[in-house]
Design a protein around this ligand. Structure first.
Ligand SMILES: C[S@@+](CC[C@H](N)C(=O)[O-])C[C@H]1O[C@@H](n2cnc3c(N)ncnc32)[C@H](O)[C@@H]1O
Length: 268
């Protein structure tokens, strides 16, 4: 379903208002937060765009560094503050950052840039707040990696397809943020970027049947499916789990993502 910018933001605010911390709970076992942290090792002023409950910010806090995050969802930010997140947390939209020009050395975004409508507008804002030579580091994508025979995520989406169609969750973001060619167009030299690196970032979230269900049950696709149907889906998923069991006993669950690093041209 194609949704307007306003509908997408309303959906995201509403979803995260009901499910604060959902992404961090699902992804914390995987490698993707640390992959971002490594890329901004030298930066002293770091902005997390779409920071959710501040899980990544907590990993970024360190001596001599000022870290802060911006998110649409007041509830996500409140969850971070209640947990004692030591970074600054601000409510705002990526398309209109409440920040002055060239005030940060790095902007990071973990599975958030990829959800944003009008990524051109976001890229302009990111370029504006980055100091010359600063980096935008984002984890984008996050869809299933394997096929239904070998991977529980794809298998669950297949099981859930009839329910998901009825739930009619809006399609989020812009396809350009999910492909190499699209990212190259968004971060082109003509737009003030001196380089772009895009690496495959396979995210292995394999684990026990319950751990894997926890990862998948938080996906946007299942929002709007009624509680009885979700309970039934969970029972059918757990009954099938053995077909995705690896030789080490874990249920195979992989996400396909990319780590992108774009560098802003040095300012004159
Ligand atoms: C999948 S969650 C990721 C949260 C966090 N980065 C993490 O990985 O734990 C996406 C987050 O992006 C935020 N978001 C989406 N679009 C946004 C926008 N245009 N401006 C600010 N935040 C946005 C949502 O509110 C949500 O908290």
């Amino acid at each position: 379903m194609t949704a307007s910018a306003g509908e997408q933001e309303r959906f995201l605010r509403d979803f995260h208002g009901r499910n604060p911390g959902v992404t961090a709970r699902a992804m914390a076992r995987g490698p993707s937060y640390d992959a971002v942290v490594r890329e901004v090792a030298g930066a002293t002023r770091v902005l997390d765009l779409g920071c959710g409950d501040g899980h990544l910010l907590e990993r970024l806090v360190g001596p001599g560094r000022r870290s802060f995050g911006i998110d649409l969802s007041e509830v996500e930010l409140a969850a971070g503050a209640a947990r004692g997140c030591r970074a600054g947390l601000m409510q705002g939209r990526a398309h209109a950052l409440p920040l002055r020009d060239a005030c940060v050395d790095a902007v990071v975004s973990h599975l958030a840039f990829t959800l944003m409508h009008d990524p051109d507008g976001v890229v302009v804002e990111v370029a504006r707040v980055l100091a010359g030579g600063g980096r935008f580091v984002a984890v984008v994508g996050g869809g299933p990696r394997g096929d239904a025979a070998g991977d529980a995520f794809t298998g669950l989406l297949e099981l859930a397809a009839p329910l998901v169609r009825k739930a009619a969750v809006p399609r989020l973001g812009d396809v350009r943020a999910r492909s190499d060619a699209g990212l190259r167009a968004l971060f082109a030299p003509a737009r003030g970027w001196s380089s772009l690196r895009v690496d495959e970032l396979p995210i292995d979230l394999s684990g026990s049947p319950d751990e894997v269900w926890e990862v998948l049950a938080g996906s946007y696709e299942l929002d709007g499916v009624d509680a009885t149907s979700v309970a039934d889906l969970r029972a059918r998923f757990l009954a099938r789990c053995d077909r995705w069991r690896r030789s080490d006993g874990a249920i195979a669950c992989g996400l396909a993502a990319r780590l992108m690093v774009a560098t802003r041209v040095a300012r004159e």
